[in-house]
Write a protein that binds this ligand. Structure first.
Ligand SMILES: N[C@@H](CCC(=O)N[C@@H](CS)C(=O)NCC(=O)O)C(=O)O
Length: 206
């Protein structure tokens, strides 16, 4: 990849980490620009006008063009690499996991992690408090589904690591931050270790 890539991010976010991890595993350099989401730095008129009208990070900048949405940014980086299955079914299956992550996994596990670690249990609104048990149940259902899918297989799609593994790994491996007990999902724990063992792996706080 010859063009310069800039990641607009908040580094402890799993959505931002998955973009960094994709680039690291592929040996691709990213320039990093940090925003403090706790201070609303992604909600300024400048950010909304130039970087992402949706007011969120991560956003991948390629020259003067911007790709918001973590999984789309990962896809841009990984396109053409071994992380993207080329066989038609495998490719669609990888996309299935990326969409599933955004609908069934991230809104539950990542949101609870943010509420518990950043907002703090004492500062939650009544509305957030009301949603906690539903999100915990749905987060556990997502982890259970992954655990069952991983029976007899090492990777989510086919027989090699793909972008599906990277995108699901980001919030799964820190689910303990939101008091999910990964020990209940032994195949997920093994899969987490398998990803950590990949050449050029970087940790979320690297
Ligand atoms: N679906 C988006 C979610 C992006 C998102 O929710 N980003 C959060 C941090 S993980 C954010 O920017 N929050 C700050 C805000 O909403 O003001 C993605 O996958 O990139």
């Amino acid at each position: 990849m010859t063009e310069q890539l800039v990641l607009h991010e908040y580094s402890s976010s799993g959505n931002c980490y998955k973009v960094r991890l994709t680039a690291a595993l592929l040996g691709i350099r990213l320039e990093r620009r940090e925003y403090d989401i706790m201070k609303g730095e992604t909600r300024t008129p400048e950010f909304l006008a130039k970087v992402n009208a949706n007011g969120r990070i991560p956003v991948l900048q390629i020259g003067d063009r911007f790709i918001p949405e973590s999984n789309a940014a990962c896809y841009y980086i990984a396109d053409g690499s071994s992380l993207i299955p080329t066989e038609r079914f495998g490719h669609a299956d990888m996309l299935r996991w990326l969409f599933w992550e955004q609908y069934n996994h991230e809104p539950n596990i990542a949101t609870l992690r943010f509420w518990m670690k950043w907002v703090g249990p004492d500062n939650l609104t009544d509305g957030q408090r009301l949603q906690m048990s539903g999100k915990r149940q749905a987060g556990n259902a997502a982890l259970k589904l992954m655990n069952e899918h991983l029976a007899g297989r090492e990777w989510l799609v086919g027989t090699a690591p793909s972008l599906a593994d990277i995108c699901l790994f980001a919030y799964t491996h820190v689910a303990g931050d939101a008091d999910f007990n990964l020990g209940q999902y032994p195949r997920v724990v093994e899969w987490v270790e398998r990803i950590k063992g990949q050449p050029r792996y970087i940790a979320i706080d690297a």
